[in-house]
Design a protein around this ligand. Structure first.
Ligand SMILES: [Zn+2]
Length: 341
């Protein structure tokens, strides 16, 4: 991976350091950036508070809730390097690494318990697990301090994703404000999620009346400039729509922007898993529109050394995410399809 020096992730130099958000909100001067060294059960949770010059919304922006999704971390670095606090109306709370133990282990979930931190608010998770306790701490902090949540994700180690958003719809007012904030963001699809089974952070936060969106970009086990730029630009467009920070006019004029002004609206998904272990020999692309009976992905299995295909089971859909690594495990995630009518 070659990056020019200007593209190297670099967090803003900060003159103020605090132990928690309450202290920072009380003591930090306006138009400055601070670093906040929070701790949860002996794990360091690093936050940055950008305090604007004028009043406005407080937007919580976080990345790497899943430890193998790195594009958002670099997007947070670029945002902090790029933003001028004196032109900000409101505040940004930026958490570049939301799941530190998972990041350091190179895994999606924390090695402390192997629990998916974005599934801990549902019925089927042990509430005593580390990830459940930490997830609740995180949701409480966001609800207490923020007016809007942007949760940055990607395909991580195994998947590729198309640029899409998940929007929590558990609270009508918050949902409508989320959709309005996304109205100028270029996306392939918008998946409107009600908290039925998944137990995602955006649903937990939305239940408390806070608009919450999850943005997907990138994957393939490495961060890329394309995926980082997508996250960075989309954050800037949301901040613009919220009245917090004016976007550069050129951010609304790119080819991708014009092509994706009207994302597909998804209300139902189909999740397909591998039934064999082996290696990947064929796959469609994230963002492809597919129809029933079309081959989506194929595995050369071991020990049979036979090819097994996964076929599109729904009438009409869009591939939101698809397995991209050569290694395939029986039971592993293969494809997420958004159902189209
Ligand atoms: Zn994720």
């Amino acid at each position: 991976m070659q990056q020019s020096p200007s593209e190297t992730p670099c967090f803003a130099a900060t003159h103020y350091v605090f132990d928690n958000l309450e202290e920072a909100f009380a003591q930090q001067p306006v138009a400055t950036v601070s670093r906040i060294n929070e701790t949860y059960e002996e794990q360091s949770i690093i936050l940055f508070l950008v305090k604007g010059y004028e009043t406005g919304p407080t937007v919580w922006i976080q990345a790497a809730l899943h430890g193998d999704e790195h594009d958002g971390i670099v997007a947070c670095a670029r945002l902090l390097a790029d933003i001028s606090p004196e032109e900000l109306r409101g505040n940004l709370i930026v958490c570049p690494v939301t799941n530190p133990t998972a990041l350091l282990a190179g895994t999606n979930a924390s090695p402390l318990d192997g629990v998916n931190l974005n599934r801990v608010f549902g019925q089927n998770v042990d509430p005593a697990s580390y990830s459940s306790r930490y997830g609740q701490w995180l949701a409480d902090h966001i609800t207490k301090h923020a007016d809007f949540l942007i949760d940055l994700h990607g395909g991580g180690r195994w998947l590729d994703v198309c640029p899409f958003a998940m929007v929590a719809s558990d609270h009508d007012g918050a949902f409508n404000r989320s959709m309005a904030a996304l109205s100028q963001v270029p996306l392939t699809a918008t998946f409107i999620c009600h908290d039925e089974a998944k137990g995602m952070l955006i649903n937990e936060v939305c239940k408390n009346g806070i608009p919450a969106v999850l943005l997907e970009s990138g994957g393939g086990n490495r961060w890329t400039d394309t995926a980082v730029h997508a996250h960075f630009h989309n954050i800037r467009l949301i901040l613009d729509q919220l009245g917090a920070y004016t976007a550069d006019p050129q951010q609304k004029e790119s080819e991708t922007y014009r092509a994706n002004c009207k994302p597909l609206q998804i209300r139902e998904i189909a999740e397909l898993r591998f039934l064999k272990s082996g290696i990947l020999t064929f796959s469609r692309q994230a963002g492809d529109i597919v129809r029933q009976g079309e081959e989506l992905i194929r595995v050369l299995s071991y020990p049979e050394l036979e090819e097994h295909s996964i076929i599109c089971p729904i009438a009409h859909g869009v591939i939101l995410s698809i397995h991209a690594a050569s290694t395939v495990h029986n039971g592993g995630y293969a494809v997420m399809l958004g159902k189209l009518t």
